[in-house]
Design a protein around this ligand. Structure first.
Ligand code: IPE
Ligand code: IPE
Ligand code: MG
Length: 250
């Protein structure tokens, strides 16, 4: 009898090919639940479990920044009950996971509009940022009530206000100053953007910051996303040639 083929062991991605910043559009929770005859809320709940695993994996792999798109400024158009489920999951995540994240040296940063969020959520977000501000490990950037157009408009407004107060002149406004007014100020641009669920669109995520990101679209639904999928995305990234408008370096 022929012996079974040796198990394929994928080569590990070299440390220098590990992206510094990975951003993920965590999509497909609803479809995952529908396919099982479960309420959409169950898909979201499972999605949070996958977030925990992805955060751990990113830390282990030496990724420095992980941005997770968890609620968009357009997601308010969903049914009230689903919005409440998503807000409750954020509450639960911060209450339950903050101590472990703190212990693991994770720094939390939340991007997105704060106005329009319930007061207790704003307080939880502020506490999570404050209590992890001195941590030096993985930066976990959570995009909540986030929309890139909204972020860009708020930055433009901030600059216009500075100009009106005479603090900045129009000719001083360039990409660096503009960037410093975005929610992501101080965070390097994402190198790799992963979207799960098979959709191939950006859905108003990091429009400015992802200008030169590599994109990996994966058919897996977010609740099924595991370390092997994350690994596959990193391998795909490691094989890409980034040029930033230049020419191939020989
Ligand atoms: C992603 O899953 C989570 C959020 C957008 C909040 P979806 O809820 O969008 O799941 P699908 O795309 O309907 O399957
Ligand atoms: C993007 O997913 C937002 C999040 C993952 C939080 P959506 O499910 O809202 O995007 P569309 O509506 O399919 O473009
Ligand atoms: Mg979706």
């Amino acid at each position: 009898m022929a012996s079974a083929p040796a198990k394929q062991i994928e080569p590990a991605v070299l440390p220098e090919r590990i992206p510094r910043h990975v951003a993920i559009i965590m999509d497909g929770n609803g479809r995952w639940a529908n396919a099982r005859g479960l309420p959409r809320a169950e898909g979201h709940r499972r999605g949070v479990e996958v977030v925990r695993r992805a955060v751990r994996y990113a830390g282990e792999r030496g990724i420095r920044y992980l941005t997770l798109f968890s609620f968009s400024s357009e997601n308010w158009s969903r049914p009230q009950s689903e919005i409440q489920d998503l807000l409750n999951l954020l509450r639960l995540f911060i209450r339950r996971d903050l101590s472990e994240l703190k212990a693991n040296n994770v720094r939390i940063h939340v991007i997105g509009a704060r106005t329009g969020l319930p007061g207790d959520i704003r307080e939880l977000i502020e506490a999570a940022e404050r209590e992890t501000a001195a941590n030096t490990g993985l930066v976990l950037q959570v995009a909540f009530n986030y929309g890139a157009r909204d972020e860009i408009v708020r930055a433009a407004r901030r600059l216009a206000e500075k100009a009106a107060r005479g603090e900045v002149k129009a000719e001083e406004i360039g990409a660096d100053l503009f960037q410093s007014c975005l929610d992501t100020a101080g965070t390097p641009d994402p190198d790799l953007v992963i979207r799960t669920s098979g959709e191939k669109r950006i859905s108003n995520f990091l429009l400015w910051q992802a200008a030169y990101a590599e994109f990996v679209f994966m058919p897996v639904l977010w609740p099924d996303f595991d370390d092997a999928h994350f690994d596959a995305a990193l391998r795909e990234f490691a094989g890409r040639e980034r040029r930033f408008g230049g020419i191939r370096s020989e």
